[in-house]
Design a protein around this ligand. Structure first.
Ligand code: SAM
Length: 230
């Protein structure tokens, strides 16, 4: 487990390879995807991407399942190098655009829908969830339980807040207005602690730190869990 902090960000920015590659690989239409725009705009998001995906650009042939990965111009290289599947609800991006990327690259890679409802059909070398849990989706524990048996490694970047942060939200299947209180580091650590034997250096007390490299004050930690299919 480690945190995205300012020293890591400074270190990454000495060789900001993602910003260069994003520009080099950009095709008409990529700007539609929110992950692409966020990466271009935010050095901290690029650090996060680097921590999660870096080594995928140095090898080939891995079976990768990317849950909530959206799309950016670097995704094309992942699709070409690996057996890459994207399990994505497409909450931000118009769903037809992922289908047109599939047509352009000549490969099907998108599994559309909520990860919870998807049957697991095989095993993966790496299952990734970058910036999905627990801030966007609080079902972190269910996710680990469902997918850990199906991979050799699970890689997560987890976003939480060590100060009260809440959103008024509306149910999509009802009228009720709900107040969603974002998780803090202690809550996030409690879920990870159940799997501490699968984490190298499970220093979960780190999650209670307060320094943030993001403008909205969020905390992000990176966790790698050894999967049961190892
Ligand atoms: C905060 S964005 C992160 C996107 C990208 N991974 C990144 O880091 O820029 C969360 C992504 O997860 C997707 N998502 C949200 N809930 C999901 C679910 N239940 N199943 C699959 N994808 C989901 C959204 O459509 C969105 O693309």
């Amino acid at each position: 487990v480690f945190l995205l902090d300012s020293s890591r960000l400074q270190e990454y920015l000495r060789n900001d390879w993602i910003v260069e590659q994003l520009q080099r690989e950009e095709r008409a239409g990529d700007e539609i995807f929110i992950a692409h725009r966020w990466l271009k705009a935010s050095p901290a998001k690029r650090l996060m991407y680097d921590c999660v995906y870096h080594d995928f650009f140095e090898c080939r042939g891995l079976r990768i399942l990317d849950v909530g990965g959206s799309f950016c111009s670097l995704s094309r290289a992942l699709i070409q190098r690996h057996i890459y599947s994207l399990l994505e609800l497409a909450a931000h991006d118009p769903s037809t655009d992922l289908r047109s990327v599939e047509r352009a690259v000549g490969k099907r890679f998108w599994i559309e829908g909520d990860w919870y409802s998807q049957p697991i059909t095989g095993t993966y070398d790496v299952i990734v969830a970058n910036d999905l849990f627990p801030n966007v989706d609080q079902r972190l524990e269910l996710f680990i339980e469902k997918f850990l048996p199906a991979c050799r490694e699970m890689r997560l970047s987890l976003t939480y807040y060590n100060h009260p942060r809440f959103y008024l939200t509306k149910r999509v299947d009802g009228e009720e207005i709900l107040c969603m209180l974002a998780w803090n580091g202690r809550q996030t650590g409690q879920v990870l602690a159940k799997h501490a034997d699968r984490i190298n250096q499970p220093t979960l007390e780190l999650l209670e730190a307060n320094e943030s490299v993001f403008e909205n004050g969020r905390q992000v930690c990176i966790v790698r869990l050894r999967g049961a299919a190892a």
